[in-house]
Design a protein around this ligand. Structure first.
Ligand SMILES: Cc1cc2nc3c(=O)[nH]c(=O)nc-3n(C[C@H](O)[C@H](O)[C@H](O)COP(=O)(O)OP(=O)(O)OC[C@H]3O[C@@H](n4cnc5c(N)ncnc54)[C@H](O)[C@@H]3O)c2cc1C
Length: 380
């Protein structure tokens, strides 16, 4: 078995897969290592849908999302798969503070010449009658948002990368990484198998703390168990189709987000950043929490009553958060040929193509197209 590669990527989530795509298509013989089965992801990238959006306040997130929109389209062209559906997205916020944040986003979108529309409570109800009227609601709609078919994105990244020079080993857990003086990195699996490379990218998701510990790096990362659930509309289901229902975020006393009916016969909803804080990823439980489902149903009864039919498909998943809700994209001190991504904070999927391109740029040359200085680990 070959054990020398131009580049090795650890982690078969969306960041690792897309990094492998970028590196392999630049002509490098690349190895992707994943501890679980590639067909049954167990990290943060599992599931069928993710939101895409460019309406970020901070320029760097806009830059990453905007660049990613074009890269998702490139991946679609390379694979013939439909990945990104730009059906629009809406942020709904409540009260005077909500209005201030909507105005702030609007001013950013205007300065970037991005299309948007603003609604007050009455206009929102008229345009989207599935939402119950709330007098002090404010909303902003942006057309550069929508749904990513997450499961297809995961498949597409591998399909595309394998057209170049990619080798994949799944069920292969990395347990040790060492530098051999001459710049060669030796990556060892739990089976004892070794691989040698001169470039290494680590995208280990919720397992990042364990793998970064191998380099003596300890970041303030917290792993959360979160949950999504589907509700089949009980009336007027046409109001919840991709055509009539943008993806949405409700920023009131609770932060709830949701998707139209798309890949399943129900809308998918979840609380953002609300879940069980795990001391260790091994505490993860796949059994959904019935109380969270009840609370989401109560939210729908109050605000999207026609959607509050039978619930199904509750699924648990993992987020890794930093104290400032910002990503970490960096190299290992003293090893510029080893880069890593950590701290997805629950929103890295949509900009994964650009994050992974940045990781590739870091290990091959050190200069990145997008300025990622705010993601440095030195801030902790
Ligand atoms: C419920 C939920 C909803 C979300 N919604 C959105 C959304 O709407 N929009 C959005 O943009 N983002 C969203 N996110 C966030 C997004 O899904 C994540 O940011 C993204 O999937 C992170 O991908 P990753 O590759 O960094 O991590 P992961 O997908 O966790 O991949 C890491 C991989 O590394 C492997 N690994 C770890 N250690 C080792 C080792 N030692 N050896 C070999 N392999 C190893 C793991 O097995 C895993 O497969 C959501 C996340 C969740 C959980």
């Amino acid at each position: 078995m070959q054990n020398e590669f131009d580049a090795v990527v650890i982690g078969g989530g969306i960041i690792g897969r897309l990094t492998a795509w970028h590196i392999a298509r630049s002509g490098q013989h690349t190895l992707l290592l994943e501890q679980h089965s590639l067909d049954r992801p167990e990290g943060s990238s599992r599931g069928t849908s993710r939101m895409f959006g460019e309406a970020h306040l901070e320029d760097v997130y806009y830059d990453l999302a905007h660049a990613s929109r074009y890269l998702w389209r490139e991946l679609e062209r390379e694979t013939g798969m439909e990945l990104l559906h730009l059906n629009g997205g809406m942020d709904i916020a409540i009260g005077s503070q909500g209005l201030r944040s909507i105005k702030e986003v609007a001013s950013k979108l205007r300065s970037r010449r991005c299309p948007f529309e603003i609604f007050d409570g009455t206009a929102l109800y008229r345009r989207y009658p599935q939402w119950r009227y709330v007098s002090n609601a404010h909303a902003i709609y942006s057309s550069n948002e929508g749904v990513l078919r997450a499961d297809l994105c995961m498949d597409a990244a591998i399909t595309a990368a394998q057209k170049y020079n990619l080798s994949v080993r799944d069920n292969s857990r990395v347990t040790s990484i060492q530098e051999r003086g001459s710049g060669t990195i030796v990556v060892r699996l739990s089976s004892g198998q070794e691989y040698h490379t001169r470039k290494l990218v680590i995208a280990a998701g919720p397992w990042a703390p364990g793998i970064l510990k191998l380099f003596g790096i300890k970041l303030p990362l917290q792993v959360f168990q979160v949950q999504t659930v589907y509700f089949a509309p009980r009336r007027n289901s046409e109001l919840f189709t991709l055509k009539n229902c943008p993806v949405w975020e409700w920023e009131g006393p609770q932060f709830v987000y949701g998707f139209p009916m798309f890949e399943k016969d129900g809308i998918k909803v979840s609380f953002h950043s609300e879940g069980r804080n795990l001391k260790n990823v091994r505490e993860f439980r796949s059994t959904p929490n019935a109380n969270l489902v009840r609370r989401l149903r109560a939210f729908l009864e109050k605000h999207l009553p026609d959607a509050a039919g039978e619930d199904f498909g509750a699924t648990t998943c993992l987020y890794t958060c930093t104290p400032d809700d910002e990503f970490v994209v960096d190299t290992i001190p003293g090893l510029p040929q080893v880069a890593y991504f950590a701290g997805c904070n629950g929103f890295a999927f949509h900009c994964a193509p650009a994050i992974s391109k940045t990781l590739k740029e870091l290990v091959f040359g050190g200069k990145t197209d997008i300025n990622i200085s705010r993601f440095s680990s030195k801030r902790f």
